[in-house]
Design a protein around this ligand. Sequence first.
Ligand SMILES: O=c1[nH]c(=O)c2[nH]c(=O)[nH]c2[nH]1
Length: 301
Amino acid sequence: MSQLSYARYGKDNIRLYKVHKDAKSGIQSVVEMTVRILLEGDIETSYTEADNSVVVATDTQKQTCYILAKQNPVTPPELFASIVGNHFIETYKHIHAAHVNIIVHRWTRMTIDGKPHPHSFFRDGEETRVVEAVAREGKGISIRSGIKGLLVLKSTGSAFYGFHRDEYTALPETWDRILSTEVESGWHWKTFANLQEVKSVVPKFDEAWQSAREITLATFAKDNSASVQNTMYKMCDQILAAAPLVEAVEYSLPNKHYFEIDLSWHKGLKNTGKDAEVYAPQSNPNGLIQCTVTRKPKAKI
Ligand SMILES: O=c1[nH]c(=O)c2[nH]c(=O)[nH]c2[nH]1
């Protein structure tokens, strides 16, 4: 009567911390991440017939994650996610795909007495670096990297006018507004044939993350923004130019509104338009603007 049409299982929220201790200099470096592993394969009978013989226990997956973290570098996260994913499809004949998501939490080295401290760090924001690697038997490794939770605001240099108007439109045009968003951005790499190929381009992952972050911040700050749509397109375009192995870039940007407050009822206080100084930040509703930008196919001669 019924059939299993989707099945994936694994361990979520694996918390992992790794320290690297440089014996010579005494400098230590730390990485903290949250990992999710989901496996696919010939696991149907575990659902339909209570056949646990096909189940690689989610606890085994967690232990494997710790062991692989001990035996391998955990940075860049694209590499570690590929190592973990590849392990599961190579170790278990009946596992055909492994989805590995990694969230890297920020631990930024402290500067104490003007010098980088050898072993003390602080959390300088909730921004995270994220990665999803999918290792699929016979189909290589596909990777999406990204930035999440990067909260930004500019107090001028943003306009929004010329938009469609009809009997449902109340929003006035503006040539000077506050622009604030929480950046969620992702970039899809070309598919890698195998783990070896991922290893061969390892420096590219940090470079792309660095470029994407710098491009996001610089474009946000410098662009005389006509709209969230146009500013995010400019970001995507530059990231594609900076990272040749990236095939697509996507952004999802909430438009976090700051409303002007008319205080003229109180002794004629001027607080709107060019006199606006005190605003009411809105938590919801918010705009949500998304796009994916890919390379134009090369013209055939
Ligand atoms: O940059 C913007 N894009 C919109 O689509 C939109 N819609 C809106 O009300 N304000 C804005 N701002």
